[in-house]
Design a protein around this ligand. Structure first.
Ligand code: FES
Ligand SMILES: [Fe+2]
Length: 333
């Protein structure tokens, strides 16, 4: 399960999308259902009833905080335990469980751990600007027809800013570009991933980009603003082989009026669309091994991501849950 993206915490969508009804999402090829208990806790199960395989996301949340299947009304709690099998009071419910996936609501986002387990071995690493009090935040979600690795590398790639984004963020850099300009890409390992800085022409020390990579799929761009915090978080969520959900969260310590949120969101959307237009054209869709494309000095940050992808993530796969569910009790006629 979760081929190439197993055993990691990832945001899957913005918290606001999950209301009273269960919500179907797809992560690395696996269909999941998210739901909220009446107390507000967020739970996730594999979106497949162990009885006859229908989507649990078509069901409803009951007053006792269980998810009820729409077909024969079996009920499951957030750990996947079976809490009821109508018409079968003698059913061995401990054998008729659904598959749980750990879930959290943090920083305005819903997160899941990509393995069929009741408990995750650790908590998510959340960029502090997603939770710091006093910041105004904007949330945006778009779908790209691209493999998530191409989307992620695009977000970690500073040298494209003055070219692809010449009409938006790149226009602040272009006046300083000379025919013989040179860019240094610094990469520093951090406990959460790495930090990278792009510096144009060492003697002028003009910073083009300064960003953090949080494993496995979060980029935090530090936008230079004197005396203020201004960040753009881009999260590349793998859905299927050619489908990535891009979640873009802006955070700012100035102009915090909610009235201004659409303006900030629009500006992020324009930049993201510029990226989308080229990333969706990538061949092959999934990033290839480093030796299979030509790279230069300014590709240091994306190559560092690519090594992490090939060494750690791509070989990963979570063991499916044991196939005990759905067994016919011995005494059933
Ligand atoms: S298919 Fe879910 S209860 Fe029968
Ligand atoms: Fe870009």
């Amino acid at each position: 399960m979760f081929e190439g993206f197993a055993n990691v915490w990832t945001p899957v969508t913005v918290s606001q999308r999950l209301k009273k009804k269960p919500l179907a999402v797809q992560v690395a090829g696996e269909k999941l259902v998210l739901f909220r208990t009446p107390e507000g806790a967020v739970k996730a199960l594999v979106d497949r009833c162990p009885h006859r395989g229908v989507a649990l996301s078509l069901g409803r949340v009951t007053a006792d905080g269980c998810l009820e299947c729409p077909f024969h009304a079996w009920k499951f709690d957030g750990q996947g335990q079976n809490c009821g099998v109508p018409l079968n009071p003698d059913a061995k419910r401990e054998r008729l469980f659904a598959t749980p996936v750990p879930a959290r609501a943090l920083g305005g986002l819903l997160w899941v751990f990509t393995a069929p387990v009741a408990e995750a071995p650790h908590e998510p690493e959340v960029p502090e600007t997603l939770t710091r009090p006093g910041l105004a935040r904007t949330y945006l979600e778009v779908e790209w027809k691209a493999h998530w690795t191409r989307a992620m590398e695009n977000m970690l790639d500073t040298p494209h800013v003055p070219f692809l984004h010449r009409r938006t963020i790149g226009r602040f850099v272009r006046p300083y570009l000379k025919a013989d300009s040179s860019m240094d890409i610094e990469v520093h390992d951090e406990p959460y991933g790495f930090r990278t800085r792009g510096v144009l022409d060492r003697d002028t020390a003009r910073e083009v980009g300064h960003l953090d990579f949080y494993r496995p799929n979060i980029m935090v761009l530090h936008i230079p603003t004197p005396n203020h915090t201004f960040r753009m978080h881009a999260i590349c969520v793998p859905q299927g082989p050619l489908s990535t959900r891009m979640i873009v969260v802006g955070a700012r310590s100035f102009a915090r009026l909610p009235l201004l949120n659409p303006l900030f969101n629009y500006s992020n959307l324009r930049i993201v669309r510029e990226d989308q237009a080229v990333v969706e054209s990538s061949q092959p869709p999934e990033v290839p091994a480093p030796a299979d494309e030509r790279s230069v000095r300014t590709d240091r940050a994306t190559l560092q991501f690519r090594r992490y992808y090939f060494d750690v993530l791509q070989p990963s796969s979570a063991q499916p849950a044991p196939r005990l569910a759905g067994v016919l009790p011995k005494d059933a006629a």
